[in-house]
Write a protein that binds this ligand. Structure first.
Ligand SMILES: *Cc1c(COP(=O)(O)O)cnc(C)c1O
Length: 368
């Protein structure tokens, strides 16, 4: 008995090693979680109240149409409800897009070392991933991505904007120019997981075209990562295509309720954005104090330059020994950075103490 050719051909891979596993392996009871860009500021209390009040009805399936939430989202972005598709997070939506738009053996293009779930789906569905490196400043290289897409006749091009793990942001004009430079039959999968942290006036314009699927989430600014809920914005035609392979009851009922309440709590979101900006500023100041630099971030995390990949890895491990969990980019040229999520003032203090201690032996991080 064998699995499919595609699955037999896959190497076992773990796109994310969770902090729970790290704690189990080390016999630790708690960690300061600054590794997954979760919101340290939590979900809206209104979302928690709405979800708590509805918990008793968990015997019921959620609305397979996610109607109320889609209606609210369509009102926000000014589109039709039929152009909004809700799923259990961007991670699931990326899988649906790959399944719907990439043939087995087809080519997809992404930045080398960017958010890993897209690559995971591409190989998982039997596609081939081609990559272009980040620029030396740490942003996705739009010219190289477009050239790779044209050369490889790509079916899907993935761009995270704002980007993870770099935190960089490309303004509307640059994204539009990039979109226009792609082959006419390539789909742009625009991952806007961090769009809530960006200046709305600088986001790519609300464009509804069959060549574009944008995906967004309640996992980051809205603090609902554990609830698993996100949405796609696209044309009715594409939404209907994705509908054909969508899991009808894949969205948690409680998540639908929490997301709707969270969307209506604008004050909480504004507070999260202010706290996140304060955390970024503090990390930047800390990096300066220690003689190094950060990549300007438009997200809820900051990359700090450790001078070399080896030292970045060492620092990450030493922080873990001190109970602080962060991550680091895996591919050059960003692999010499560590990536730290925005924490509360307490978490930041713990991080800063541990970070100063583990880097204390080096006079300057940037010149090891
Ligand atoms: C966190 C993150 C996601 C995951 O979103 P979910 O809705 O939780 O699946 C997707 N893309 C990027 C770039 C992210 O950083």
């Amino acid at each position: 008995m064998r699995a499919t050719r595609v699955v037999e051909g896959l190497a076992a891979s773990t796109p994310f090693i969770g902090p729970e596993r790290l704690m189990r392996e080390r016999g630790m009871r708690e960690l300061v979680r600054l590794g997954a860009n979760e919101s340290a500021f939590g979900p809206s209390p209104r979302a928690v109240a709405a979800m708590t009040a509805e918990l008793e009805r968990l015997a019921w399936y959620g609305d397979p149409d996610s109607y109320d939430l889609r209606e609210a989202l369509a009102g926000r972005v000014t589109c039709q409800l039929e152009q909004v598709l809700v799923a259990s997070g961007i991670d699931e939506l990326m899988g649906l897009c790959v399944r719907a738009f990439l043939e087995i053996g087809g080519v997809a293009v992404a930045t080398r070392g960017t958010y890993p779930t897209f690559a995971y789906h591409v190989t998982g569905y039997g596609g081939r991933l081609e990559t272009a490196a980040y620029t030396s400043e740490g942003s996705p290289d739009l010219d190289a991505l477009a050239a790779t897409a044209r050369r490889e006749r790509a079916s899907i091009v993935y761009l995270a904007n704002p980007d993870n793990p770099s935190g960089t942001f490309l303004d509307a004009q640059r994204v539009v120019r990039f979109y226009e430079a792609l082959p006419p039959d390539a789909l742009l999968l625009l991952d806007e997981a961090y769009a809530d942290f960006a200046d709305p006036a600088q986001l790519a314009p609300p464009c509804f075209d069959d060549r574009l699927v944008r995906v967004r989430t309640f996992s980051k600014a809205y603090g609902l990562a554990g609830a698993r809920i996100g949405y796609a914005l696209t044309t009715r035609t594409n939404a209907e295509r994705l509908e054909r392979v969508r899991l009808q009851y894949g969205v948690n009922r409680n998540a639908q309720i929490g997301a709707l309440a969270a969307l209506q709590d604008e004050a909480h979101l504004a507070w999260v954005l202010r706290e996140t900006a304060a955390a970024r500023a503090e990390y930047e100041a800390l990096a300066r104090e220690l003689g190094t630099t950060t990549i300007p971030s438009c997200t809820n995390f900051v990359c700090i330059d450790m001078g070399s990949a080896a030292f970045a890895t060492e620092v990450m491990a030493a922080l873990l020994d001190r109970g602080v969990w962060i991550r680091k980019p895996g591919a050059t040229p960003l692999d010499r950075y560590i990536r730290v999520s925005a924490g509360t003032a307490d978490m930041r203090r713990t991080f800063a103490q541990a970070f100063r201690a583990v880097t204390a032996e080096r006079r300057s991080i940037a010149t090891p």
